[in-house]
Design a protein. Structure first.
Lengths: 121, 231
C-alpha cells in the first residue's frame, strides 16, 4: 500500500508537469517542470521525503536502464548521418569535453576563490 | 504469429532487464571503463536482434511501455536535489556561473566547428542542442528546421560519452571538487551523465541534476536568439 501511495504522489507531479508543459508555450518538457514542482513541494514541506523515498529511489535507479533502448535505436539513425559522420563525431568529441572542462574549471575556480576569501577575512 | 511475439513488450523488457543485470555483474567484476553497463547491454541487444532477425522497430515497439517511465523517473531527481539543498544554496553562484560558461562554450564550439566542417544549416541546428536533455533539445531543433532524429542521436551519444568517460575526464582535467564535478557532468551531458554523477556521490548527483535543468532552460533561450542573430 505504501508504495502505491508513493507512486501516486510521483505520478501526480509528473502529470502536473505535463499540464504546465502543455500550457506554457516554451520548449521545457514535462519531466523538467515536474522535477521543479516536486522540488518546490519538498522545499515548502507540502510533500515530505519519507512520503516518496522508496518509490523515487526505485525509479531513479531505473533511469540508466531506460537509455538502453534509445541507444540501440542509434544504429538506425547512424545511417541518416552517414555522409557527415566523421565531422559529427569530431564535433561531438571536441565540444563535449571542452564544455566539460570549462564548466568544471569555472565552478572549481569560483569555489577555491571563495574559500581563500573566507580564510583571509 | 512470430511477428506478434517478437514485438511483445514482455520479451523486450525481460531481455533488456536480464542483459542489464549481466552487464552490471561484468562491470563489477572487471571495473573496466569500456565495459560500461549501457554500452555492453546495447552491444548485446544489437547482437541478439541481428542474430535472431528481430527488427529493431519490433524491439522499440516492445520497449514503449517501459520507456514510459522516463518522465516520472526524471521527476524523481527532485529528491536528491532536495536532500542537498543546503550545499546547493551555498554554492549557487559558482554552479550557475559554471553552467553559463559551459553552455556558451558548447553552443559556440558546435556552431564554430559546423562552419569549419561546412555543414549545412539544417545539420548545424540539429547538432546545437547536443548537451541538453532530449525533451528540451529535440523540440528546439525541430522549431528551427533541424532534424529531430539527428538531434536525439547526438544527445544520446553525448550522454553516453560522459557517462562512460566522465570520471576519467574529471581526473584528466584535474576537477577534484565534488561540486565542480557535478556541474561539469550536468552541463555537458544532461540526464544520462547525471546517472553517472549519482554513482560518484550524492553531492555530485544533486549538483548535476541542478546543472542539467539550468543548462536545459538556458539552451532553450539561447539557441533561438543565436539563430536570429546569425541568420
Amino acid at each position: 500500500m505504501k508504495y502505491l501511495y508513493q507512486a501516486g504522489i510521483i505520478f501526480l507531479f509528473t502529470f502536473l508537469g505535463e499540464a504546465l508543459a502543455t500550457f506554457i508555450p516554451f520548449p521545457i518538457p514535462a519531466a523538467i517542470w515536474g522535477l521543479l514542482l516536486l522540488f518546490l513541494a519538498l522545499c515548502v514541506k507540502l510533500v515530505r521525503v519519507e512520503q516518496i523515498k522508496e518509490c523515487s529511489g526505485f525509479l531513479a535507479a531505473l533511469l540508466p536502464v531506460l537509455f538502453v533502448a534509445p541507444t540501440v535505436n542509434l544504429m538506425e539513425q547512424a545511417k541518416a548521418l552517414l555522409g557527415s559522420l566523421p565531422a559529427v563525431i569530431a564535433i561531438l568529441l571536441i565540444s563535449t569535453f571542452l564544455t566539460f572542462l570549462v564548466s568544471g574549471r569555472v565552478t572549481q575556480g569560483m569555489r577555491s576563490k571563495g574559500k581563500e576569501e573566507q580564510e583571509n577575512a | 504469429m512470430l511477428d506478434s511475439l517478437s514485438s511483445s513488450s514482455f520479451f523486450a523488457i525481460a531481455l533488456t532487464l536480464l542483459i542489464w543485470r549481466i552487464a552490471n555483474a561484468l562491470q563489477r567484476k572487471t571495473r573496466s571503463v569500456l565495459l560500461h553497463p549501457i554500452l555492453v547491454s546495447v552491444a548485446a541487444i544489437i547482437g541478439i536482434l541481428l542474430v535472431s532477425g528481430i527488427p529493431n522497430s519490433a524491439y522499440q515497439q516492445g520497449m514503449k511501455p517501459f520507456s514510459w517511465l522516463m518522465t516520472p523517473a526524471t521527476v524523481c531527481l527532485a529528491v536528491p536535489l532536495y536532500e542537498q539543498v543546503k550545499v546547493l544554496k551555498k554554492n549557487l553562484p559558482a554552479i550557475l556561473l559554471g553552467v553559463l560558461c559551459g553552455t556558451l562554450t558548447s553552443l559556440l564550439c558546435v556552431g564554430g566547428l559546423c562552419l569549419l566542417f561546412q555543414l549545412d544549416q539544417t545539420m548545424t541546428v540539429s547538432l546545437l542542442p547536443k548537451s541538453v536533455t532530449t525533451a528540451i533539445g529535440a523540440p528546439v531543433s525541430e522549431a528551427l528546421g533541424g532534424m529531430s532524429a539527428v538531434t536525439v542521436a547526438v544527445i544520446i551519444a553525448t550522454g553516453i560519452l560522459c557517462n562512460v568517460f566522465g570520471h576519467a575526464a574529471c581526473r584528466l582535467f584535474r576537477i577534484q571538487d565534488p561540486i565542480a564535478q557535478g556541474t561539469a557532468i550536468g552541463t555537458a551531458s544532461h540526464v544520462i551523465g547525471t546517472t553517472k554523477a549519482n554513482e560518484l556521490g550524492p553531492v555530485q548527483g544533486a549538483v548535476s541534476s541542478l546543472s542539467l535543468v539550468a543548462a536545459g532552460v538556458l539552451t532553450a533561450f539561447l539557441i533561438p536568439m543565436m539563430y536570429k542573430i546569425f541568420s
